[in-house]
Design a protein around this ligand. Structure first.
Ligand code: ADP
Length: 217
C-alpha cells in the first residue's frame, strides 16, 4: 500500500507536459509489435521491461539490494542476475515478491518519467509500454490506457511459437497477470490483435491520428 501511494505521489508530481499513452496487455498479446509500429510512425517508446533489465545489470545499486535480500545465490558465476532463479524464488512467496517490487518499481517509474521528460516539447506524445500497468496501480499516471486485446487461445499459440515455452510455463505466467476482462474495463482504447499485421497497423494509424489531436488539444 505504502509503495503504491509513493508511486502515485511521485507520478502525480511529475511534469505532465508530454502526453502519455500507457500500452499494456498480457504476455504475447502483441505489445512489442504494437510499440514497433508506433515507433515507425515516429512516436517515442519507453519500455518498462527494458528499464527493469538495465536496473539489475552488474554493479547497479538495485542489484546490490536484491543480493542483500535474496543472497548471492541469485547471481551466476559471472555476477549476472539469474532471472529464472529469482522468479522461482518469488513465485510462491508473496513477501519476497513484495520486497523485490519495493526495490524495482519506484526505480522503474522514476526512469520512465526521466525518459519521458526528455521528449517534452520535441514530440507530441509518447508510448509507455508497461506490461503490469494495472497490476502495479499506474492507471492514474498516464493520460490514456491502450490495451492490446487478443483471445487467450491465440495469445497462448503466439507465445508458444515465439518462446517455445512448455504449456505449464505459459499458464503460470498468465496466472500472475491480471485478467483480460479487468484490463478491458480499465482501457480507454483497445487494439484487437486477432488478425494479420496489416489490420493491426491500420488500427494503430487511426489511434496515432487520434493521439496527435488529443496531444495538441
Ligand atoms: P508481447 O510483447 O505482448 O509479449 P509480441 O509483440 O512479442 O507480444 O507478440 C507475440 C508474438 O506474436 C510475436 O512473435 C509476434 O511477432 C507475434 N504477433 C503479434 N501480433 C501478430 C499478428 N497480428 N499477426 C501475427 N503474429 C503476430
Amino acid at each position: 500500500m505504502i509503495l503504491i501511494i509513493f508511486i502515485y505521489l511521485s507520478l502525480s508530481l511529475v511534469d505532465k507536459a508530454i502526453y502519455k499513452i500507457g500500452l499494456t496487455g498480457g504476455i504475447g498479446s502483441g505489445k512489442s509489435t504494437v510499440a514497433q509500429i508506433f515507433s515507425n510512425l515516429g512516436v517515442p517508446i519507453i519500455d518498462a521491461d527494458i528499464i527493469a533489465r538495465e536496473l539489475v545489470a552488474p554493479n547497479q545499486p538495485a542489484l546490490a539490494e536484491i543480493v542483500q535480500i535474496f543472497s548471492s545465490e541469485v547471481l551466476d558465476s559471472k555476477g549476472v542476475l539469474n532471472r529464472q532463479y529469482l522468479h522461482q524464488k518469488i513465485f510462491s512467496n508473496k513477501q519476497a515478491k513484495k520486497e523485490l517490487e519495493a526495490i524495482l518499481h519506484p526505480r522503474i517509474i522514476k526512469e520512465i518519467y526521466h525518459q519521458a521528460r526528455q521528449y517534452m516539447r520535441i514530440k507530441p506524445y509518447c508510448i509507455l509500454v508497461i506490461p503490469l500497468l494495472l497490476e502495479i496501480g499506474l492507471e492514474k499516471s498516464v493520460d490514456r490506457i491502450l490495451v492490446v486485446d487478443v483471445p487467450e487461445s491465440l495469445q497462448f499459440e503466439r507465445v508458444k511459437k515465439r518462446d517455445e515455452f512448455p504449456n505449464e510455463k505459459i499458464k503460470s505466467i498468465l496466472y500472475t497477470q491480471c485478467s483480460q476482462a479487468l484490463r478491458l474495463s480499465a482501457a480507454d482504447d483497445c487494439l484487437i490483435n486477432n488478425q494479420d499485421l496489416i489490420t493491426l497497423a491500420e488500427q494503430i494509424n487511426c489511434y496515432h491520428q487520434y493521439y496527435l489531436s488529443l496531444a495538441k488539444a
